[in-house]
Design a protein around this ligand. Sequence first.
Ligand SMILES: O=C(O)C(=O)Cc1ccccc1
Length: 218
Amino acid sequence: MATSATSTAVNGMHPTLPRVAFLGPVGTYTHQATSEFFGDCESAPQARIADVFTAVSSGSASYGVVPIENSSFGPVAETTEQLRTTELSVRGMLALRIGHALMASRKAEKGKLKRVFSHEQAIGQCRRYLAERYPNVEIIPVNSTAQAAERAVDDLEALAICSLKCAEVYDLDVVDTDIQDAGEANTTRFIVLSRSTVSLPSRYPISRPKTVDTAPEQ
Ligand SMILES: O=C(O)C(=O)Cc1ccccc1
């Protein structure tokens, strides 16, 4: 029988928090999707989408969260590749409205920016914006949008496309907001994975309305 990775309160004790692997580091959209879906949980950020699958398969995390498809740019290549061969089961899904921001180090000279880092999905969702506003800037794909933010902290010639949350987490300057070509309609769907022997407790609804990626409180 499938077992759930959390238990209900016994003798007034709180259930153990589920350990959830997601595409990290802190501040990715997948991190936001994880918090949205699980609420309180033990975070296990992973450097790559493939590492999320490995963490769940090996049992080092009970659940995994990965992005699967964007409304304008389409399937997330690393996820669809993993789904070909994985033995993991899809247990839930949710969609987030994605608003991308452009950021740079507080010390960067904004007229001397030479490169922009981001996840290939974010780059794809902002293609037109980049071509129009930054035609001469080199585009460098990295493992996630929050990794892009990390790279921009010490690179004074770099921009990062990431979520507004990253301004707070990585102490970056916000250069522009809502730069995605599809505007308000830009949505990404995420899936929740587990081993086939691990079920999803009923307190996690598997279908829910879209949520909006909001700016951090000032
Ligand atoms: O890199 C991230 O923050 C991710 O979670 C992947 C991603 C990138 C762009 C839109 C949605 C998800």
